[in-house]
Design a protein around this ligand. Structure first.
Ligand SMILES: *[C@@H]1O[C@H](CO)[C@@H](O)[C@H](O)[C@H]1NC(C)=O
Ligand SMILES: *[C@@H]1O[C@H](CO)[C@@H](O)[C@H](O)[C@H]1NC(C)=O
Ligand SMILES: *[C@@H]1O[C@H](CO)[C@@H](O)[C@H](O)[C@H]1NC(C)=O
Length: 220
């Protein structure tokens, strides 16, 4: 029975994966750095990790290779009002190879996180190289500082008209399906206005990077 169930699951998985594989074969360009997080994992697309002692550069690297992050907000929901609340959100700081360091989001007022942010814009965003192939490849546990992860604190703000094109280009190149999300959900562009940065990239505790140092990094 277990064997048959296994075969059934494999067949189902194959059926689910088939359209994705087909789209990869048909339009490889669409998969470049977007859609499938795994795209970064295939050389030469995933750039090498910067030297660990350059924490600001490492932070910019993690932000840039992350297609998503876990965002903690303060809940406005009756059941857990005032308590921390984390959710996974897609993000992008720019097209592959052209990261600005600014995490942009495409949010709907219908989302729990967006409702929380309306009541309290403070948020904390964490991103990890566990989200790429890096840590598995090097056999680093996600909680190990060797499996580089960063925490960014600040406020989530709507982007203004001037910045909308940049936010849209950053997100839609890495998340093409966003273009098709139902307009009835009133999607809007937002960004994390970073005030504090912690980098866990080696033993000895989190390193503190200032937003000035973070944005000062030039990406080649
Ligand atoms: C829009 O936001 C950008 C980035 O924060 C800022 O530099 C610019 O002055 C803002 N433009 C307006 C019209 O507020
Ligand atoms: C970003 O955060 C800084 C520091 O808290 C604040 O002074 C600034 O007004 C914020 N900018 C926006 C666009 O919310
Ligand atoms: C910005 O980068 C330049 C050139 O790498 C460096 O000399 C300077 O100290 C940096 N400033 C900050 C605030 O990190």
């Amino acid at each position: 029975m277990a064997g048959r169930a296994h075969v059934g699951a494999s067949a189902l998985l194959a059926a689910l994966l088939a359209p994705a594989l087909l789209s990869l074969l048909v339009s490889p360009a669409r998969s470049y750095g977007g859609q499938n997080h795994g795209d970064w994992e295939k050389p030469p697309l995933m750039p090498p990790l910067p030297p660990r002692e350059d924490a600001a550069r490492v932070a910019r690297f993690v932000t840039h290779v992350s297609d998503w992050g876990s965002l903690a907000t303060i809940s406005a929901l009756e059941a857990v009002r005032g308590q921390p609340f984390a959710d996974v959100l897609s993000l992008s700081d720019g097209p592959p190879g052209a990261g600005s360091g600014v995490p942009y989001f495409y949010l709907s007022p219908l989302q729990l996180s967006a409702r929380n942010l309306e009541a309290n814009p403070h948020a904390s965003l964490t991103m990890s190289l566990a989200q790429t192939d890096f840590c598995k490849k090097h056999v680093f546990d996600p909680q190990s500082p060797l499996c580089v992860h960063i925490m960014l604190s600040g406020t989530l703000t709507k982007v203004n008209e001037t910045e909308t094109d940049l936010a849209k280009q950053s997100l839609f190149t890495r998340h093409p399906e966003m273009k098709t999300w139902p307009s009835s959900h009133n999607w809007f562009f937002a960004k994390l206005n970073i005030t504090n940065i912690w980098v866990l990239d080696y033993f000895g505790g989190a390193k503190i990077v200032t937003p000035e140092e973070y944005y000062n990094v030039t990406v080649q």
